[in-house]
Design a binder for this molecule. Sequence first.
Ligand code: TRP
Length: 375
Amino acid sequence: MKEEESNVTPWEVSGKLDYDKVIKEFGVEKISEELQKRLEKITGKNFMLDRKIFFAHRDLKWLLDEYDKGNKFFIYTGRSPSGSIHLGHLMTWQFTKFLQDAFDAELWFQFPDEEKFLFKKDLNYEDTQKYLEENMLDVIALGFNPKKTHFIIDTKHADLLYPEACKVAKKITFSMVKSSFGLNDSSNIGQIFYTSMQAVPAFLPSVIKKKNIPCLIPHAVDQDPHFRLTRDILPKLGHYKPASIQCSFLPPLTGNSGKMSSSKEDYAIYTIDSPKEVERKIKKYAFSGGKDTLEEHRRHGGNPDIDISFQYLKYMFEPDDKKLREIYESYKSGAMTSGELKQITINKINEFLKEHQKKRIASKSRIKDFIYKKD
Ligand code: TRP
């Protein structure tokens, strides 16, 4: 079977992902052992760092130098509402929460509620507003500290964002946007402007507080083209370049090609899926590294490295290294069957979602505590 070429842009991730290639093409740096140790000295251990799920960065060393000097940073991340939240989104935000707690940092969370409206042909504006509310519940449910977390919504905080976005936009030419994002002469003009809106939260707290504050952006590697541009522009406006820490994608149920994505409903697990739905999807679609017959499986063992149920345990649901290793060995030796492995993953996901869904409902009355208000 011929592998499809990989493609990674902020609006499309497809093909068999080769992260070394992405590192080279985007010009980001791998997180070295040394840098990981330095980070962990402050934050404590984190399995997503250890397992290289967060694997790349820009200027993290500089950020920690500043931190050591007492120049504290804020964290910036975001979500463009366009559908329900799936496990892939939660993974990056769980890590974001870990960073917020470890550094006691402010988090600025952007909801660019115009982005997917501008980029997705079939998405109307009213639907994005429905998803906006829904998506905020998932973020709140993860337990961010409301005193230190500010939601910024592009169309609601336009008075704050638009003047700053214009300052950014004036430094970006159409040809820069074309080459960074693959836009062309028939792209709508909202798309051409959009990246300047995503740049703003990287320095908005500095504008509000009238002093330069370093910024750390945790994000999936597909967002890097935005921040590469942002980093070129901000020094020209008198701001620091934002630093970033970047992760790979949670694979879709069908296998290690592309990412979990809301556009392929049956191949993603959503935070609102029922236990039955989770079970159905994993049993029916989760790509298995097991052998065709039980006899063969017992004899030759399975391949956990391509098995999606195992990958979900590794990426999110089995933080305990020892337990993960036992499952790995047992599956590889053929002692554990695909059915058994799937059941472990189904149980773990459902245990997690049961709690998450409760917290999600309880978050409804708390949205207002998170939306940024000017003093
Ligand atoms: N473009 C992102 C999305 O498609 C949303 C986003 C806005 C974001 N600002 C960000 C993501 C900062 C990571 C970091 O959902």
